[in-house]
Ligand binder design. Sequence first.
Ligand code: SF4
Length: 364
Amino acid sequence: MLHVSEYRDSRLCRSIAERIAGISKSRMRIMEVCGTHTVSIFKNGIRSFLPENVSLVSGPGCPVCVTAQGEIDAAVDLAGRKNTIVATFGDMMRVPGSNSSLQQEKAAGKDIRMVYSASDAVDIAKGNPGSNVVFLGVGFETTAPTVAAAVLSASAEGVENFSVLCMHKLVPPALGALMRSDGVDIDGLLLPGHVSVIIGTMAYEDFFSEHRIPCAVAGFEPADILQGVMRLAEMTETNSPELENCYGRAVTRQGNPAARKVMDTVFEPCDAQWRGLGLIEKSGLRFRRKYSNMDAAKRFTLPASVGSMPDGCSCGDILTGKKTPPECRLYGRSCTPSDPVGPCMVSSEGACAAYFKYSRRLRR
Ligand code: SF4
């Protein structure tokens, strides 16, 4: 039986869905940029509310999934260094690198620890003064400020054996690269809620002016997502693209200046490699000179590596909406959540893992 609030929500969702069906006449492909949206869409059966002409495709908004193969290889390399402890979020453990994964290295005896925050890694460094502790800095504008705060705290406390392998990425430059990619076929963008809380809608204004594609920032409840889809459908049908904030209870135009200030104090933009999108100008973060003593890439002189994608893995096409997971020939065969080939099947926010977990109909 439905709880009263779920009943109310499901009535609200049905009513928004009816409006979408009434508005939307033409074929429309909407990309949900954020991995948390992807999971919510599957978990709440959002596709079942939509008319057949409206389809949702996943985008490059799962931070683990877009981490380049060369970066995974660098993390595996670090785990093999003497007196080194690698601290990482759990999803990174199982992502296959070119020759090994952190999980395999841990099984082989390397000291790799799963943490829930960068400050946990600072604590590990304090407790292990004889070891170098490297935190794997993965994530978008939502995570980078917390990592920057840990760097500032480690710096203030003189924790010299702590460093970060900075692999952070920035969403707006990736949207531009996505729209410029060959073969991308998207009519509207559901923009990420969490990231937008930090960067604000103003961070998308240049992108929107250049590409004039319907954009809606949306929250993660089913009604939030449907509301975003409804506005995108209205914009498409009336040929009046807008950059709209449909998540006003959490997102403002300015975002969170305090969080951005912390991030900007420690990091600065740099060109970065994305899985699926390649090298994108000013789409990553690197240490500013003042904090470069905490830059693991400099401290350990890591070899430059682009790495090699697993044979047959279509993660690049999935992250740009060119394929859906079942269109990968390995999906559900040699690639499953218990034995993943690519990061999109590893991460809890990965499109392949979400398809596999929630969409039995689409399993092979
Ligand atoms: Fe890569 Fe597996 Fe997804 Fe295919 S199903 S794209 S191999 S993660």
